[in-house]
Design a protein around this ligand. Structure first.
Ligand code: GDP
Ligand code: IMO
Ligand code: MG
Length: 428
């Protein structure tokens, strides 16, 4: 059987967690393939809310396996907190949550390096989540990292200490930051015990065997395509490949095994952290979107920057990922607007274009907007696609025309059940 992918087409927080949780029962395995505790995936059902950082969003569905893939970076302290939160709500995960031995570990000093680097950058800071993501991936590609499978091997402590010392030397090159390494190290070492209780696997063998045996896999992306290390708004990006290609390297599966690529976009756009955002609304409309959409980071609590949907940008990310179906989330957040806007072109230095420029971080981009009538009504009672107000349907059709991808699902609220399928068979 095949692997389907769910990923974000903007700057993250598109509602990936909600959609993965919704679709998970159609699969045998849900697997995270990149990122780490920088992610915050929110799930709401039965009046409860959960935010997952490292654990795949299939964990609340019975009878399926969840894999933290080799492409993920794991902070055992965060993972332990997530596991304890699951325990406190009576969710059993033993035997259902597997960890790839090749996944890299985030050390306390990776987090300090992240903070020192950001601090030194001053105004030019990336706005990182300070979870140690960049430094951990740097050690991975620099061939210095520690992996989950190393924990129980001889010499682990020696390797840990060598890496820690290297980090401390690097931190000394930066302006001073405060940290209490002894206390954090104790917590980190203690949390490794929790990680050791989980079943670890050679993720690539495991997944390929499962696929061969006819099992269905859903790969869950973190962050968004505009934060991709290669194609995002570099250097204001994360340190992993967030695109479909990342599924192959982050899980160890071949490209031909990938079937559906489900791309998620909000009906508008948000970004948290620094970097360019051509359609950002630094006005009362932006403030309204933030309030209506509760746009505050699920990991850091930071207010998210808000703006209109940017279609040249989504077209770019559809192209990079080979998106086969589109999910549009947070449509309800636009309910009260008399008029909404879609950016369809950019004006750069007097020229019009629909391509994202190489120097996107430095040039001034004026979006050219297409106005669209609002629907000015609640979507609370809408159960089917046909019941959506005409203005919503024409808005979605415009997205389909522009992006040349069919919309398969429309999300109208944070709860699991607030999802409208365009066709009964539209999922996978
Ligand atoms: P993720 O990182 O892509 O999983 O998204 P986040 O969980 O960080 O952010 C999405 C936020 O929007 C969460 O608070 C969700 O509960 C919420 N959400 C998801 N879908 C909808 C929707 O259709 N409407 C509204 N109003 N909220 C939504
Ligand atoms: P989910 O999976 C939104 C952003 C940070 C910062 C940049 C680099 O919930 O969509 P990092 O800590 O990765 O070095 O930060 O990337 N960022 C996210 N923004 N959603 C996320 O994840 C993000 N993960 C990282 O704000 O701008
Ligand atoms: Mg998030």
């Amino acid at each position: 059987m095949a692997v389907d992918v769910i990923l974000g087409l903007q700057w993250g927080d598109e509602g990936k967690g909600k959609i993965v949780d919704y679709l998970a029962p159609q699969y045998d395995i849900v697997a995270r393939f990149q990122g780490g505790p920088n992610a915050g995936h929110t799930l709401k059902f039965d009046g409860k809310k959960f935010v997952l950082h490292t654990i795949p969003s299939g964990i609340f569905r019975e009878d399926l396996l969840n894999l933290i893939g080799n492409g993920v970076v794991i902070d055992p302290i965060t993972l332990e907190k997530e596991l304890l939160a699951l325990e406190s709500t009576g969710v059993s995960y033993q035997g259902r949550l597997l960890v790839a031995r090749k996944a890299h570990l985030i050390l306390p000093t990776h987090r300090y390096l992240d903070a020192a680097s950001e601090n030194a950058k001053g105004k030019a800071k990336i706005g990182s989540t300070l979870k140690g993501i960049g430094p951990t991936y740097m050690d991975k590609t620099g061939r210095n990292g520690l992996r989950v499978g190393d924990i129980e091997r001889e010499g682990f402590l020696k390797k840990y200490n060598a890496l820690k010392e290297k980090h401390l030397n690097l931190i000394r090159l930066y302006p001073d930051i405060d940290f209490d390494l002894a206390a954090e190290e104790e917590r980190w070492m203690a949390s490794l015990e929790k990680l050791k209780q989980l079943q670890t696997v050679e993720g690539e063998y495991f997944l390929n065997e499962q696929i061969k045996a006819g099992k269905k896999v859903l790969a869950e992306g973190a962050q968004g395509t505009m934060l991709d290390i290669d194609f995002g708004t570099y250097p204001y990006v994360t340190s992993s490949n967030t695109i479909t290609a990342g599924v192959c390297t982050g899980l160890g599966i071949a490209p031909h095994l990938i079937k559906e690529v489900i791309g998620i976009t909000k009906a508008y756009c948000t970004r948290v952290g620094s970097g360019p955002f051509p359609t950002e609304l630094d006005n009362e409309d932006g403030e309204f979107l933030r309030k209506e959409g509760a746009e505050f980071g699920a990991t850091t609590g930071r207010p998210r920057r808000c703006g209109w949907i940017d279609l040249p940008q989504v077209r770019y990310t559809v192209l990079l990922n080979g998106v086969t179906q589109l999910v549009v989330t947070k449509v309800d957040v636009l309910n009260k607007f008399k008029e909404i806007k879609l950016a369809t072109k950019y004006q750069i230095g007097g020229e019009e274009t629909t391509d994202l420029p190489f120097d996107i971080c430095d040039v001034e981009i004026t979006p050219v907007y297409e106005p669209h009538p609002g629907w000015e009504q609640s979507l609370d009672d809408v159960q089917t696609y046909d019941q959506l107000p005409t203005a919503v349907q024409t808005y979605l059709s415009r997205l389909e025309d522009y992006l040349e991808v069919p919309v398969s699902m429309v999300s109208t609220g944070p709860e699991r059940r607030k999802l409208i399928l365009k066709e009964a068979t539209a999922t996978v």
